[in-house]
Write a protein that binds this ligand. Structure first.
Ligand code: ADP
Ligand code: ADP
Length: 236
C-alpha cells in the first residue's frame, strides 16, 4: 500500500477550480517532484497533504487523501498531530527570530518535551540530519538570522525533522538560494529519502530530474503526466 493515497481530489477557491480530479499514490521513502507552470496548482496540491489549505477562506475540497490508510479529512482528525506527521519547508527560509537551538527545540517543546538532556539530543540529531551540525555546534545560542540563507534553510529542515515526521513537504525549497546552497540541499534531500517520504514543488525541471524518483506534471489544475522520473525525462 502506498503511504499517501490521493483519490479524485478537487479543490475550489470559491468559484475557481484549482485542482481537478487528482489521484496519486506516493510510496514511503520516495521523492516525488511536482512540476508545471506558475499557477497550475502545485502549491495548492502540496498543502492538501497536511491540510494547510484549511486556513484559507472559501476553500472547498472533494475527494480523499489517505496517509498510512487514514483519511486525513475525516471529522475526528487532530490537525496538529497531522502536521507533526507531515512537516513543511517553504521557499523563503523562515527561521524564528530566536537562537539556532530554540528554533530546533520549538516543535518538541510544543509537543511536551521539557527535559534539557532530551532536548539537547533532539537538537543535535536534527541538526546532524540536516547536515548543519558541524557548522553550528559551537554557536547554538547565536540568532538563527545570523546564518546564511542556505544555512537558514537547512535549519528550517532541522526544525521540521525535530518532531519526527514521516513526510516532508517542500515548496520550492531552493528557489531563494544560490547554486552552492542549492546543491547542498539537493544532496541533503536525497540523503533524507532513507528515512522520510518527500514531496517537493519545483519550477526547475533539471532539479526534478536530479532529485526525484517520480514526477507529477500539473497543468491548469490537472495532473497531466505522472510517472518514473527517469522515464519521463528520457529523450529517445
Ligand atoms: P502553483 O504553486 O503551481 O504556482 P498555486 O497552487 O499557488 O499554483 O495556485 C493555483 C491556482 O489557484 C492559481 O490560479 C492561483 O491564483 C489560485 N490560488 C492559489 N491560492 C489561492 C488563494 N489563497 N485564494 C484564491 N486563489 C488561489
Ligand atoms: P506560489 O506560486 O509560490 O504558490 P503565488 O504567487 O501563486 O506563489 O502565491 C503566493 C500566495 O498568494 C500563496 O499563499 C497563495 O495561496 C496566494 N494566492 C495566490 N493566488 C491567489 C489568488 N488568486 N487569490 C488569493 N490568494 C492567492
Amino acid at each position: 500500500m502506498a503511504l499517501i493515497e490521493v483519490r479524485d481530489l478537487n479543490l475550489y477557491y470559491g468559484e475557481h477550480h484549482a485542482l481537478k480530479g487528482i489521484s496519486m499514490d506516493i510510496e514511503a521513502r520516495s521523492i516525488t517532484a511536482l512540476i508545471g507552470p506558475s499557477g497550475c496548482g502545485k502549491s495548492t496540491f502540496l498543502r492538501t497533504l497536511n491540510r494547510m489549505n484549511d486556513m484559507i477562506k472559501g476553500v472547498r475540497i472533494e475527494g480523499t487523501v489517505r496517509i498510512g490508510g487514514d483519511d486525513i479529512y475525516a471529522d475526528d482528525v487532530d490537525v496538529e498531530l497531522l502536521r507533526k506527521r507531515v512537516g513543511m519547508v517553504f521557499q523563503q527560509p523562515n527561521p524564528f527570530p530566536k537562537s539556532i537551538y530554540d528554533n530546533v527545540a520549538f516543535g518538541p517543546r510544543i509537543h511536551g518535551v521539557t527535559d534539557k538532556r532530551e532536548l539537547d539530543e533532539i537538537v543535535e540529531r536534527s541538526l546532524r540530519q540536516a547536515a548543519l551540525w558541524d557548522e553550528v555546534k559551537d554557536v547554538l545560542k547565536k540568532p538563527a538570522l545570523s546564518l546564511s540563507g542556505g544555512q537558514q534553510q537547512r535549519l528550517c529542515i532541522a526544525r521540521a525533522l525535530a518532531v519526527e515526521p514521516d513526510i516532508l513537504l517542500m515548496d520550492e525549497p531552493t528557489s531563494a538560494l544560490d547554486p552552492i546552497s542549492t546543491a547542498k540541499i539537493e544532496e541533503l534531500i536525497q540523503e533524507l529519502k532513507k528515512d522520510y517520504t518527500i514531496v517537493i514543488v519545483t519550477h526547475n525541471m533539471q532539479q526534478a530530474a536530479r532529485v526525484s524518483d517520480r514526477t507529477a506534471f500539473f497543468l491548469q489544475g490537472e495532473l497531466v503526466e505522472y510517472g518514473d522520473t527517469a522515464e519521463l525525462f528520457h529523450n529517445p
